[in-house]
Ligand binder design. Structure first.
Ligand code: HEM
Length: 485
């Protein structure tokens, strides 16, 4: 098909639609609702022009990569070139985060700090308390509901948020403070999304709407700052007083040791809670929806968990997820392949010109990747739209596939990348997998999850792709068993 045929310095850019510069697209690619609104258009463009296409973000080319080989060659093999982030309009809060840091010394320090905190964090206590509160609230909701029909989404989200809050701020934050923090997070995100969409409006309307929203955003950010600073100060005071000496360190402790300014700490706490909880809780809801839809998978999973438990001397699994059922891992991976919470990565850019399949990727282009397309690629996966956890068991086509490095079992290409790949790959991948396995294991052991009518598996595109209709299920409490962390 004919395309815009753009050349820079005599080298062709990857193909794209004949309208080379659509003014509306300026900035589209940095922002959440707009990238979501591009999803269908991008699918059609990839079908017409192949796995690598060019659009324009204002005056800069924006290159979208939906092919696993091209993704692997850029993110994994040419990792340093593609590890940069374009400057973005962050509305303040995200300004000091790991994800917004330019690839270099500061990024490396902050990222190492986060990764080593996550790697060393003892999880059992935090998992135990958030899971037992979740199980109690699900039990109460099911008992109070007609025919035990519940919509668990809000409870799942709160439990995941509380778990990550204890890793971030330490255990013991009051329930009302956590609810307040969650509320202000949701408020800020929705305002940022609305503000990001304003460039689609006529200019006058834009100006009329922009300033009141900005004022609201600034107020919400001030409330967020005050809540987080109160949590940080409480932690500082506890450390000074030696309260709970020897207890496990939280993320805030590590930030205090780095001697960061208040606004840097607040920004990093915002990033931690934001990056961790919405993605993980969205993945959890998709997994539970799949288990409701595929009752035979749920049964098989419960049986496999019970079999593993018998071999374990305490009847328990370890805090870090060892000795868990391989089928549990397979269910989680299949859900992440089929329903990755992020359908695109955060925007990448390059620090120099690069070449891909004979095309030029000019220095400073915005580069992004079709995560969902890569996980549903029919050249990698048999019946890619079907939910078949068995493919991740030994001997299956997904066995040994790595979710971050992009290659497993000696493969040179990547088959799925729900957490990204290469230098900017998600530093929370391992802990997210552990949390998901622990939650799913306990939720299917404690309850039977059965469907109430049809389960709507449609997606609601966004920065994180949630279920269009929150899961509704009938919950039957099973005979009491001990929680497995
Ligand atoms: C199911 C859960 C999660 C999913 C699907 C997910 C997915 C992603 C993706 C796709 C990226 C972008 C990678 C790129 O641009 O190349 C990312 C980056 C990031 N994630 Fe996650 N994530 C999850 C959980 C977490 C958790 C638990 C944390 C931390 C506690 C976290 C912290 C981050 C940070 C800090 C970045 C930016 C990394 C950088 O720029 O160097 N994420 N994540």
């Amino acid at each position: 098909r004919q395309h815009g045929k753009c050349y820079i310095g005599g080298s062709p850019l990857p193909p794209g639609p004949p309208w080379p510069r659509l003014p509306l697209l300026g900035n589209l690619l940095y922002r959440c609702p707009t990238i979501a609104s591009l999803v269908d258009a991008l699918r059609r463009l990839h079908a017409d022009y192949g796995p690598v296409v060019t659009l324009w973000a204002g005056s800069k080319p924006a290159i979208f990569i939906a092919g696993r080989d091209a993704a692997h060659r850029t993110l994994a093999r040419a990792g340093a070139t593609f590890a940069h982030r374009p400057p973005s309009w962050s509305f303040g809060l995200n300004g000091h985060g790991v994800n917004s840091a330019q690839y270099g010394g500061r990024w490396s320090l902050l990222r190492r700090n986060l990764s080593s905190h996550l790697a060393g964090a003892p999880l059992a206590g935090a998992l135990q308390s958030s899971l037992s509160r979740l199980v109690s609230s699900l039990e109460r909701a099911a008992a109070a509901a007609e025919n035990h029909v519940v919509v668990p989404s809000e409870m799942l989200r709160h439990a995941v948020f509380s778990f990550f809050a204890s890793l971030c701020f330490g255990e013991g934050a009051a329930e009302d403070v956590l609810r307040q923090l969650r509320g202000v997070h949701a408020e800020i995100l929705s305002l940022v999304i609305e503000l990001g969409a304003f460039h689609l409006m006529p200019a006058l309307l834009e100006v009329a709407c922009y300033f009141p929203k900005c004022r609201k955003l600034s107020n919400a950010q001030k409330r967020h700052h005050a809540t987080v600073m109160a949590l940080i100060s409480a932690r500082r005071q506890r450390n000074r007083d030696g309260v709970g000496a020897g207890r496990r360190r939280c993320y805030v402790d590590t930030l205090m040791e780095l001697r960061l300014r208040d606004e840097e700490m607040v920004s990093l706490c915002w990033e931690f809670m934001n990056a961790a909880s919405k993605t993980t809780s969205t993945a959890l809801e998709w997994i539970m929806a799949r288990l409701v839809l595929h009752q035979e998978v749920q049964r098989k999973l419960r049986e496999d968990i019970a079999r593993r438990g018998e071999g374990d001397e305490n009847g328990n699994c370890t805090a870090n997820g060892e000795r868990r059922s391989p089928f549990l891992e397979a269910v989680v991976l299949e859900a992440l392949r089929r329903h990755p919470p992020a359908h695109y990565l955060l925007a990448h850019t390059t620090d120099k010109d690069a070449h891909l399949d004979g095309y030029l990727i000019p220095k400073g282009s915005v580069v992004n990747y079709g995560v969902a397309d890569i996980g549903r690629d029919a050249t990698s996966w048999t019946n890619p739209d079907e939910f078949l956890p068995e493919r991740f068991l030994e001997g299956g086509e997904g066995y040994g596939v790595s979710v971050t490095a992009g290659s497993g079992s000696g493969e040179v290409s990547m088959k799925m990348m729900p957490f990204g790949s290469g230098r900017r790959a998600c530093p929370g991948a391992a802990i997210a997998l552990t949390v998901l396995k622990s939650f799913v294991e306990n939720l299917v052991t404690r309850f039977e999850w059965t469907p109430v009518g049809a389960v709507d598996m449609e997606e609601k595109p966004g920065l994180v792709t949630e279920m269009r209709t929150p899961l509704r299920t009938c919950l039957v409490v099973r005979p009491h068993v001990q929680l497995n962390m």
